[in-house]
Design a protein around this ligand. Structure first.
Ligand SMILES: Nc1ncnc2c1ncn2[C@@H]1O[C@H](COP(=O)(O)OP(=O)(O)OP(=O)(O)O)[C@@H](O)[C@H]1O
Length: 595
């Protein structure tokens, strides 16, 4: 058989450019980042190869009138041959080979320069290499597919890339826009970067300042860290900052100074690799419960994808994620110990989110167990206070007020508001760890703890007189004795329905939801409500005695029914069924007949 002739694959560069422009990068501003990064790498190269070189500066300038943007460096420059071999060959770069000698280099794919053609309709590169400083060349191309190289007037060693921006990208020449873009991408770059003459990365991040030999007072250091966080995060002011140093990652996290609720998820994490912003929404590196945390970190071990806008999910990524989690927990503990004022604000701002966090993380639960508050009928309090006020038990309401609250108000006992985010599982977890009973109002087990059921011969008769359809009458004894009855809607069935609705809300902390749902799986729902009748109450006792003695109790019963209806009118669930005017006129009618 004749040997198969191997053919070369053809690359349609124009097609490739469309893919790159439309799909690889999320924003055309990335082109600016790629050019600055090349300038940076070129300076790094010159530092390695050109003994005695002491410079290193990147200048980005723009002319809004002509729509041009220029990136200039005093790096290694390129020889005539290097222009062809590296700049003009897609997928090849000098930088990749050099990476073995320095871990400061950013480029590796040999693709970044192509992004110039996404935003520029004409690209001119003027360069003089330190290897042949007397020869300068000018490279010109419109689409990147064809280019020309000519000798040009002598110039300083280094490279200048001048883009004439396409009509769609002219905005990049706007001075403020450009300063914003470059400032964001280069905030942590180790070399000075100037935009139209102004340095955009003058302030080193606090963790780098800290490693130099200058001793900074802790209060000063804290201020610097807060100022840095404020510069980095235009959306939320920082409340306090937490250091990150481990797992190949260094940087700062900060707690957002806003009032958040449980399902708030505003995790924000900017990741810089070798000083360049790579991903400004790397939220997955932060734990899910950290919805109120922002941060900026840098790492030399995380691996960018080719678009350099995302990170590869490799071992380094996992290690970074673990390190961030640990830094967050340790940092919160440190703030609690060292900055009481800031800590108090963290607790009030993010109480709900932290309830969810404590459920998801054992270490946090240990730190927060006695600091977080749960909402109760008597105001916000810790679970310990709830238990102290509840005679050694924690009472949790699953509804909103009504009969049970009336009863507990009469007893001056707090009931935690179980309908609020994470309250039920948090109280359960807290009490479970300490062997304390949780009484959930409206659940069958809760009711058993609250109402002492008794046998009553007249139960069926009373039920006939007082209950409606799907209501169960339960004779019982309970405090306070003055209260004749308590109508308890089936809270479990309600909770079940609500949790099912919550499931649709994706961002609710799954730990809290899971714990609560485990509990509701066992609920049936034969009755909508139970009417607990207090045999100790003078009203019921008198009614029963008269009935037993064969007296006419009709008027008294009318009055009792009217009172029951009035109490039910205060209950959200039963309110609709109550004929309020009927109940009031029932009272009037009974009184008239008694007089
Ligand atoms: N400003 C510059 N000064 C000197 N050489 C440069 C400059 N810009 C680009 N080059 C050369 O062109 C090569 C290709 O650049 P390009 O941006 O396409 O890829 P890269 O930087 O090597 O890798 P990546 O795609 O990861 O950015 C570089 O490796 C370098 O040799």
């Amino acid at each position: 058989m004749a040997p198969t002739e191997l053919q070369s694959t053809q690359v349609d560069l124009a097609g490739l450019m469309t893919v790159l422009g439309g799909h690889l990068y999320s924003t055309p501003a990335v082109a600016v980042r790629e050019l600055v990064q090349n300038a940076h790498d070129s300076i790094t190269r010159r530092r390695l190869e050109d003994d005695g070189f002491t410079g290193g500066r990147i200048d980005v300038t723009s002319d809004p009138a002509s729509g041009t943007l220029t990136v200039r460096d005093d790096g290694a420059g390129m020889t005539r041959e290097e222009i062809d071999r590296f700049l003009a060959t897609v997928g090849v770069g000098y930088t990749r080979g050099l990476r073995e000698r320095s871990d400061e280099l950013i480029g590796q794919f040999g693709l970044g320069f192509l992004s110039a053609f996404i935003v520029g309709e004409r690209t001119v590169v003027r360069t003089a290499s330190y290897q042949a400083p007397d020869s300068a060349y000018e490279y010109t191309s419109t689409t990147g597919e064809r280019y020309s190289v000519e000798p040009c007037a002598p110039r300083e060693v280094g490279t200048e890339v001048e883009l004439t921006l396409g009509a769609d990208h002219r905005e990049l020449a706007d001075r403020a826009v450009l300063a914003g873009v470059v400032g964001r991408y280069c905030a942590l770059l180790g070399l000075p970067v100037f935009v139209n003459g102004e340095q955009v990365n003058a302030d080193a991040p606090p963790w780098r300042a800290a490693s130099e030999d200058v001793v900074v007072h802790p209060i000063q250091a804290r201020k610097q860290a807060l100022a840095f966080a404020e510069r980095m995060d235009p959306s939320f002011r920082p409340l306090c900052t937490l250091e990150v140093d481990g797992g190949g990652v260094r940087g700062l996290l900060w707690i957002q100074d806003v009032l958040t609720y449980g399902s708030w998820d505003n995790r924000r994490l900017a990741v810089y690799v070798r000083g360049m912003l790579l991903d400004d929404d790397a939220r997955d590196l932060l734990p899910r419960w950290a919805g109120f945390v922002s941060g900026a970190v840098e790492s030399d071990v995380l691996t960018p994808t080719a678009s350099r806008e995302d990170l590869q999910r490799d071992d380094a990524w996992e290690a970074a994620r673990t390190a961030l989690h640990e830094a967050l927990v340790a940092g919160l503990a440190k703030v609690a110990a060292e900055q009481p004022e800031a800590w108090a604000r963290v607790l009030t701002r993010h109480n709900e989110g932290l309830l969810g966090a404590a459920l998801a993380d054992e270490q946090l639960e240990a730190l927060l167990a006695d600091q977080l508050k749960v909402p109760t009928s008597e105001g916000d309090m810790t679970v310990r206070e709830l238990v102290d006020g509840g005679d050694g038990r924690a009472h949790v309401g699953l509804g909103t007020g009504g009969f049970e609250e009336m009863r507990f108000r009469a007893l001056k006992r707090p009931i935690a508001t179980g309908t609020r985010y994470a309250v039920v599982p948090f109280v359960r977890q807290w009490c479970g760890a300490r062997g304390i009973d949780v009484v959930e109002l409206g659940t069958s087990s809760g009711d058993r703890a609250l109402f002492e059921r008794v046998q009553l011969e007249e139960a069926a008769w009373l039920a006939e007189q007082l209950t409606r359809e799907r209501q169960e009458l339960v004779p019982a004894r309970f405090e306070p004795a003055e209260m004749p009855f308590v109508l308890v809607p089936d809270r479990e069935a309600e909770l079940k329905a609500r949790l099912e609705a919550d499931e649709a809300r994706e961002r609710i902390a799954s730990a809290a939801l899971h714990l609560a749902r485990e509990h509701t799986a066992t609920i049936d729902g034969t009755y909508d409500a139970r009417l607990y009748v207090n045999v100790d109450s003078p009203v019921i006792a008198a009614l029963l005695e008269a009935h037993r003695a064969g007296q006419d109790v009709e008027v008294a019963l009318d009055l009792v029914r009217a009172v029951l209806a009035l109490m039910a009118a205060g209950e959200r669930e039963t309110r609709a069924e109550v004929d309020l005017l009927g109940a009031l006129s029932g009272v009037g009618e009974a009184v008239r007949r008694l007089l």
